[in-house]
Design a binder for this molecule. Structure first.
Ligand SMILES: *[C@@H]1O[C@H](CO)[C@@H](O)[C@H](O)[C@H]1NC(C)=O
Ligand SMILES: *[C@@H]1O[C@H](CO)[C@@H](O)[C@H](O)[C@H]1NC(C)=O
Length: 442
């Protein structure tokens, strides 16, 4: 590539020298070639001719310069060696289809191996899905596990969070130190992906996640929604209410919108990161992302059946939460070709109208009636709630998560929580006209 740049530069130089010689020769010629004609007219003609030559030469030089600049860009600038330069084919691919790197957030768990093994196993394309591991905590054994992957595969890289200093906290917050470190690590890792490496979007996973066989296909198929719909800010692989008893196992293709950030395998775009970074919190970043104020009231896409599964019990927040909840979430095993599906129904205009008109035309049932119902494969119903208390009572009865963050019920979209119980689609919906979430709930 550098050779091409040099060749082009030499070519341009030769043309310029040639042009100077030709111009000089034609000016010298003037008095000899037209001795009998009017010298004023003759000189004017010469000047016009010369002007035309100059214009043509300028145009050619400009186009050559453009070509040189393009070649320079492709080779990654002057000071980038042969090894780092992108090949034309790769550049074309970059333009015609997105690059979605996977960012693996790692710390001191050598089980990151299990996560990396699955990413490598299900990754359909190394070029489309380069893997970037960001390691915090300075744990050498974990770092060695990671480098065993990076050593043999140039599409897997590792970066270490450089600031391992203890975060100074008031005594009452010391027990939350882990959450402060995680927020600091995410900020570093996302800046690395977007600002240092210049990626447009990223799939974020933590080191304790298993993935479904169609994990990559899911993100590739839904990514265009994120580009098309400005009311979306993330795509998540996770259903917080993804237990066997409350999902429709016959619909692995089904996706939903949610106002509640699910995390656990998600896509973020650079554009959104640049809005979040300046106000990024020092701790509890996931709950911070669940406050509509911080994400401009935007929504995420989430699946009916989760595409990730958390296998880690050891961790900052896990433990009890894992036993009670994460352990029972179903991981999808049926491969869905999301890139071939029509996902238009998830765009805000389609989705909101359809949801409201569907839900409020359904027959009503109480949560108790739904769980006691014995006729399988029945019609969808609506279960109403009027305040935080009646919401939680109904959710608990249905076997759903009953908590709120900033007033948003887990998995809710515009106040509606949907699930699938005993062969029936159920919508837990407000009995009042919903306008926004009430942050005093929960
Ligand atoms: C990790 O390795 C580095 C050098 O490779 C060493 O300086 C450091 O002491 C090691 N840390 C631990 C905790 O073993
Ligand atoms: C895709 O789905 C939308 C909304 O559900 C529908 O209006 C549209 O006709 C569909 N497009 C195709 C090509 O089927």
């Amino acid at each position: 590539m550098r050779l091409n740049v040099k060749k082009a530069l030499i070519f341009v130089s030769c043309l310029v020298i040639l042009w100077v010689l030709i111009s000089y020769a034609s000016v010298i010629e003037v008095p000899r070639s037209a001795p009998q004609r009017d010298p004023a007219v003759e000189i004017e003609n010469k000047i016009i001719k010369l002007q035309k030559q100059v214009d043509a030469q300028m145009a050619e030089s400009k186009s050559l310069l453009a070509k040189v600049n393009k070649l320079k860009k492709l080779s990654g600038g002057e000071n980038v060696g042969e090894d780092n330069s992108l090949k034309d084919a790769e550049v074309m691919q970059h333009l015609s289809q997105p690059i979605l790197p996977v960012l693996v957030i790692a710390c001191d768990r050598v089980t990151v191996q299990r996560c990396l093994d699955n990413l490598v196993k299900f990754r359909p394309s190394k070029e489309t899905f380069p893997i970037i591991v960001s390691q915090d905590c300075g744990h050498n054994a974990t770092y060695e596990v990671i480098t065993s992957y990076t050593a043999s595969d140039p599409t897997i890289s590792v970066v270490r969070q450089p600031d391992l200093s203890e975060i100074v906290l008031p005594r009452v917050k010391v027990k939350f130190r882990g959450y402060y470190k995680i927020a600091r690590h995410y900020k570093f890792a996302l800046n690395h992906v977007f600002e240092t490496l210049g990626h447009e979007a990223v799939i974020i996973v933590e080191d304790d996640l298993d993935i479904s066989p169609d994990f990559f296909e899911y993100f590739l198929g839904t990514y265009p929604l994120l580009l098309k719909d400005p009311s979306l800010w993330c795509i998540s692989a996770w259903n917080d209410n993804g237990k066997l008893e409350v999902i429709d196992m016959s619909r692995p293709d089904l996706l939903h919108r949610t106002d509640f950030f699910p995390g656990l395998g998600w896509v973020l775009r650079k554009e959104m990161w640049q809005k979040l970074a300046p106000k990024w919190p020092t701790a509890f970043f996931d709950d911070w992302l669940r406050n509509p104020v911080n994400i401009d009231g935007k929504a995420c896409i989430r699946p009916e059946i989760s595409r990730t599964y958390s296998f880690g019990k050891v961790g900052v927040s896990k433990g009890l939460f894992f036993d009670l909840h994460l352990r029972n979430i179903q991981l999808n095993m049926e491969y869905v070709e999301f890139t071939k599906l029509n996902l238009t129904y998830l765009l805000k205009d389609h989705y909101d109208d359809t949801l409201a008109s569907t839900v409020y035309n359904l027959p009503e049932m109480s949560a108790s009636e739904v769980v006691a119902s014995s006729d399988l494969s029945s019609d969808p119903v609506r279960v109403m709630y009027s305040n935080a208390k009646t919401y939680q009572r109904a959710a608990k009865k249905l076997g759903l998560m009953d908590d709120f963050r900033s007033g948003v019920p887990r998995t809710a979209y515009r106040g509606i929580v949907t699930c699938f119980i005993r062969g029936r689609r159920v919508y837990l919906a407000p009995s009042f006209e919903w306008n926004k979430y009430d942050p005093t709930w929960g």
